[in-house]
Design a protein around this ligand. Structure first.
Ligand code: FE2
Ligand code: FE2
Length: 245
C-alpha cells in the first residue's frame, strides 16, 4: 500500500512545535492507533468501533456517569489493538486454530495492554485494562489470567458482552453472522460454545434491556438503517467465540 506523504507537516529537528495537554495527547494517540487498526485490518476497526458504541450504551443503561460512559465508548474501541501482531494467516484463517496459532491469538490482550499503557495516560491506562481483561470470564474460565467476578474491571465486563455480541453478528472467514435474535439467545442462554455464566449478571441484565440498540448500532455500521441485516447461510464449522472476539 502506498504511503501518503503529501500532507506531512514540516518540522525542524524532529521536535513538535507546540506542547499538547495530556488530554490532547491521549486524543492524538488514540487517533493514531485508530489509523493503525484500520490499515492493519478494516474489519477489525469497524468491529472495534461498534463494540465501543455498544459498551457506552450498556454502561449508560447500568447507570454509569455519562462522561465515564462516553469515555468508555471511545477507549473500548481499542480492546483488540493487540491483534496488530497476529499474522493474517491466523487472523483470517477459515477454520479452527491450531494450538500454536491459538497461542499467538491469546497474546493480543497482553499486547494491547502493553501498547496502551506505555505512555502512562489515565484514559489510555483505562483502555489498557480493558484490553487486558476483555477475554476474562465472570466464572473464571477466560484468559489470559483466569480472573473472575469483580476482580475483572467493570469496563471489561461490559466490553466482554458487547464483544461476543458483535463477534456473533459479524461474518467471519469461517462462518456467516448470526441474526440479532440468534445472538441474543446465544448470549442469554448459551449454546455449547458460550454460557451466561461467562458474563456479569448485572451486565447481562442491562444487555437484556437495551439489546435492540446494539442491533441498531450493528445495522447502521452495515449500512442497513432499517435494522434488517441479511443473514446468509452458515456452514456450522468454525472457531469458538473466544477465538473469534
Ligand atoms: Fe473484539
Ligand atoms: Fe479480543
Amino acid at each position: 500500500m502506498p504511503v501518503e506523504t503529501a500532507h506531512a507537516p514540516e518540522r525542524s529537528g524532529g521536535v513538535l512545535p507546540i506542547a499538547l495537554s495530556p488530554a490532547q495527547t491521549a486524543r492524538v494517540t488514540l487517533k493514531c492507533l485508530e489509523q493503525i487498526q484500520g490499515l492493519r485490518n478494516g474489519s477489525l476497526a469497524t468491529h472495534s468501533t461498534r463494540v465501543g458504541d455498544m459498551a457506552a450504551t450498556i454502561a449508560l443503561a447500568m447507570g454509569m456517569v455519562t462522561r465515564d460512559a462516553i469515555e468508555l465508548g471511545s477507549i473500548a474501541a481499542f480492546h483488540d489493538v493487540g491483534k496488530v501482531i497476529v499474522p493474517d494467516a491466523v487472523l483470517h484463517k477459515p477454520g479452527p486454530l491450531t494450538a500454536e496459532e491459538w497461542g499467538i491469538m491469546k497474546q493480543h490482550p497482553q499486547v494491547g495492554y502493553d501498547i496502551l499503557s506505555a505512555g502512562g495516560d489515565p484514559a489510555l491506562d483505562r483502555a489498557a485494562l480493558i484490553s487486558l481483561h476483555h477475554h476474562e470470564a465472570f466464572n473464571g474460565s477466560g484468559y489470559p489470567h483466569g480472573a473472575s467476578g469483580n476482580d475483572i474491571p467493570l469496563d471489561a465486563r461490559v466490553v466482554a458482552v458487547c464483544d461476543i455480541y458483535d463477534a456473533l453478528r459479524e461474518d467471519r472467514p469461517y462462518r456467516a453472522g448470526f441474526s440479532h435474535g440468534e445472538a441474543v439467545h446465544i448470549i442469554c442462554n448459551g449454546d455449547g460454545r458460550t454460557t451466561p455464566e461467562n458474563f456479569d449478571p448485572a451486565v447481562l441484565q442491562a444487555f437484556s434491556k437495551v439489546h435492540s440498540s446494539l442491533d441498531t448500532i450493528f445495522a447502521l455500521s452495515m449500512g442497513s438503517p432499517s435494522g434488517a441485516v441479511p443473514v446468509p447461510a452458515r456452514s456450522g464449522a468454525g472457531r469458538s467465540f473466544k477465538e473469534a472476539a
